[in-house]
Design a protein around this ligand. Structure first.
Ligand SMILES: CCCCCCCC/C=C\CCCCCCCCC/C=C/C(=O)SCCNC(=O)CCNC(=O)[C@H](O)C(C)(C)COP(=O)(O)OP(=O)(O)OC[C@H]1O[C@@H](n2cnc3c(N)ncnc32)[C@H](O)[C@@H]1OP(=O)(O)O
Ligand SMILES: Cc1cc2nc3c(=O)[nH]c(=O)nc-3n(C[C@H](O)[C@H](O)[C@H](O)COP(=O)(O)OP(=O)(O)OC[C@H]3O[C@@H](n4cnc5c(N)ncnc54)[C@H](O)[C@@H]3O)c2cc1C
Length: 615
């Protein structure tokens, strides 16, 4: 078993080279995911605990900037479960579960990410040899972004345009071996490497992949929904979008991921705000905790409420996802459009709000929030990526809008599915005759707004659920969070409420007062509320947010770890004596050190022993 920190002991990740970061990521990942494999071997597996374990690992201090093995669990295996037939699952799943093969998911190309019907990679069926020929006709057809593909994965789910008997049948998924299982060398006809440094997630080893008339067996097309028979006959799927299932699954789990990151960031910022004293409320007094400023409460408390709202919403979405998938298995596709719209909406809303809230948490911590050692910049880099991957947010919200407009158009002719049933009630003119500054009144106002501008609101079910299951004391605090969240967004979206509801100026003024009262009411419980997230210091990895409050000592301890403080002079590529800065940057960009050799040495040192079950 590898020791906890065998490599680069004591040197924080920020000071490692690109290549050292990769080695660190592989070493930590094989140690961490050996745990996941052990759960599988001991039969302690279910999709739920895998979701929590893998999600917890990916957001933990061990894999703090992602993992080259993340896509194996998050998309490669779910794609096999969702799109492979039974025979294919029997062949591939056992090897994927015990990690004797490591997979990725390659859909996006250099030229296309959103418009997946425009993907250029082709898979052309050759009936004479019963094979598909994979080809990248242009540079823009190269797969670009798949996590782990740079130097780590040896298999991959590839999404390509399927051609048989001269006809194109649109995009389908294929399982493809890209590297030799013994030597890890790229197979003939495969061009593969990593795409280089990014804003964040620099441990994920995102790669590129090009095919040069690369042949695979017919049975490597994932055939749960559509098939190609040996003679090349195409058998189409019951529903053209069943092939999109892997994306729906990931959008659902991303909502859980946002809960983890938002809870972390607001814990760090709130605890720091209780420690940090700055300025006096009255001359001569001792400096006050910055948490006592209403402006600081305005910045932070809505994030505490949002973390709870997103957690409840994520659990509700997960239940819906499982309900709909059980119906799909029975051939009932009725709620598939609703699930797709819901997953699109909640992935977009929770990622956008979390990115905004994490940045606000950083800004609320002054200069110390800008330190990498605070963990806030790293967290921002992780969550802002989620606004783009798994469907760019704008595009996903447009999908939701499309579903809601269609629902509205069929309001009187079609039974409404659960998450949009409120539209029927909100449609009745009498629905919002008055305005009340209560939680229910605000939600009703948003439902009317949603009705009028067809925007979904999803909060009311969780409030009822909550009042059945908590103690009176906790219920009071949670209701304060609900009140805060509602009054915050009512004030943020005041223009809509003024346009579409009869709210009066007087009621707006009392709403503002109610908001500030709620901030004051929550202040005594603010630190307790973030402590309740129960995030250990090892998870937070933050000089600002540690439980013991020793902020300044930790900041200094971390600063002294910088190699710059270890020696008086430092050679830097940017400050090289010859001044060839731009030429050097271009040379580096064109040949990332990880691409310098076909097989990175970490394969033989860590990955191969892990995949052979020897770790
Ligand atoms: C087994 C082990 C389990 C382990 C579990 C581990 C869990 C870990 C837990 C937590 C950790 C979480 C960590 C998260 C990290 C995630 C990392 C992800 C890395 C990133 C990967 C990627 O980015 S993969 C690539 C993603 N790409 C996209 O999302 C592309 C976006 N574009 C699209 O989806 C489509 O182009 C679009 C929907 C925009 C349009 O499609 P199109 O075919 O053009 O359709 P259109 O003509 O617009 O018609 C729309 C029509 O189709 C219906 N529809 C569309 N999509 C779907 C769908 N997905 N499902 C169902 N239906 C769909 C839509 O409703 C319309 O229907 P009608 O209106 O015509 O009825
Ligand atoms: C960190 C990270 C990891 C990733 N991992 C993977 C992976 O493992 N596998 C994989 O296959 N992909 C992966 N991706 C790729 C990701 O799925 C795409 O980046 C995403 O789908 C967006 O596509 P694009 O980048 O081509 O942007 P485009 O689709 O070109 O969109 C660019 C911009 O154009 C606008 N736009 C585009 N279409 C529309 C429209 N219809 N209406 C309005 N505006 C529009 C939007 O503003 C959008 O931001 C990853 C991306 C990131 C950032």
């Amino acid at each position: 078993m590898l020791s906890k920190r065998e490599v680069f002991d004591g040197v924080p990740e920020e000071y490692l080279s690109h290549k050292e970061r990769y080695e660190n990521a592989i070493r930590n990942s094989v140690v961490a995911f050996s745990l996941v494999r052990k759960m599988q071997e001991e039969g302690k597996t279910s999709i739920n605990n895998y979701r929590d374990v893998v999600g917890g690992l990916l957001g933990s201090s061990v894999l703090r900037d992602g993992s080259p093995l993340g896509l194996h669990y998050i998309m490669f295996m779910p794609a096999i479960l969702n799109q492979a037939n039974e025979e294919q699952q029997e062949k591939w799943l056992p090897r994927a579960w015990n990690c004797s093969i490591i997979g990725s998911y390659a859909q996006t190309e250099l030229g296309h990410g959103t418009f997946i019907r425009g993907l250029e990679t082709t898979a052309t069926y050759d009936a004479a040899t019963k094979q598909f020929v994979l080809h990248s006709p242009t540079l823009t057809a190269y797969k670009w972004w798949p996590g782990g593909l740079g130097q780590t994965a040896n298999y991959c789910i590839v999404v390509a345009q399927l051609y048989t008997k001269g006809q194109c049948h649109g995009i389908h998924s294929f399982i493809i071996q890209v590297r030799d299982e013994e030597t890890h060398m790229p197979l003939p006809g495969i061009k593969i490497g990593e795409i280089g440094a990014k804003l964040g997630l620099n441990a994920v080893n995102n790669g590129f992949l090009g095919f040069d008339n690369y042949r695979i067996p017919r049975t490597n097309m994932l055939m749960k929904h559509a098939q190609v028979l040996e003679d090349g006959t195409y058998v189409k799927s019951r529903h053209s979008k069943l092939n999109y299932g892997a994306m729906v699954f990931v959008r659902v789990v991303i909502v859980f991921d946002m809960v983890n990151y938002l809870s972390k960031a607001v814990t760090i910022a709130t605890r720091f705000s209780a420690v940090r004293r700055q300025c006096q409320l009255k001359a001569g007094e001792t400096e006050c905790q910055i948490l006592d400023y209403v402006t600081q409460q305005h910045k932070l408390f809505v994030s505490i409420a949002a973390a709870h709202a997103f957690r409840i919403t994520a659990n509700k979405l997960w239940l819906t996802f499982n309900e709909v998938n059980e119906q799909l298995v029975e051939g009932n596709l009725q709620r598939l459009p609703e699930l797709h719209a819901l997953a699109c909406c909640l992935k977009a809303v929770t990622t956008a709000d979390t990115a905004a809230c994490v940045e606000r948490c950083r800004l609320a911590c002054g200069g110390h929030g800008y330190m990498m050692s605070s963990s806030l910049p790293l967290t921002y880099g992780l969550v802002t990526a989620a606004c783009t991957y798994e469907g760019e947010n704008t595009v996903l919200l447009l999908q939701t809008a499309r579903f809601l407009v269609k629902t509205y158009q069929q309001l009187d002719s079609k039974a409404l599915t659960p998450t949009v049933a409120y539209l029927k009630t909100a449609a009745a003119e009498r629905f919002c005759v008055g305005w009340s500054n209560t939680t229910e009144g605000i939600i009703r106002g948003f439902q009317v707004v949603a009705m009028r501008v067809i925007i979904m609101s999803t909060f009311n079910e969780e409030v009822q659920e909550m009042s059945r299951t908590v103690s009176p004391q906790l219920k009071e605090v949670l209701h304060q969070l609900v009140d805060l969240y509602c009054t915050y967004w009512a004030l943020e979206k005041l223009s809509d409420l003024l346009l579409y509801t009869p709210i009066s100026q007087k009621e707006v003024e009392s709403l503002r007062l109610r908001y500030e009262e709620t901030l004051t009411n929550l202040r005594p419980n603010a630190v307790g509320l973030v402590d309740a997230f129960d995030l250990r210091d090892e998870m937070l990895q933050s000089t600002l947010g540690s439980y013991d409050g020793r902020v300044y000592e930790r900041l200094m301890e971390e600063a002294m770890k910088s190699p710059l403080n270890a020696e008086p002079m430092l050679q830097s590529t940017l400050g090289s004596y010859d001044g060839r800065v731009y030429e050097r940057l271009m040379e580096e960009a064109m040949k990332s050190p990880l691409n310098a050799e076909p097989v990175n040495y970490t394969f033989h040192k860590y990955l191969k022993p892990f995949m052979q079950g020897k770790l």
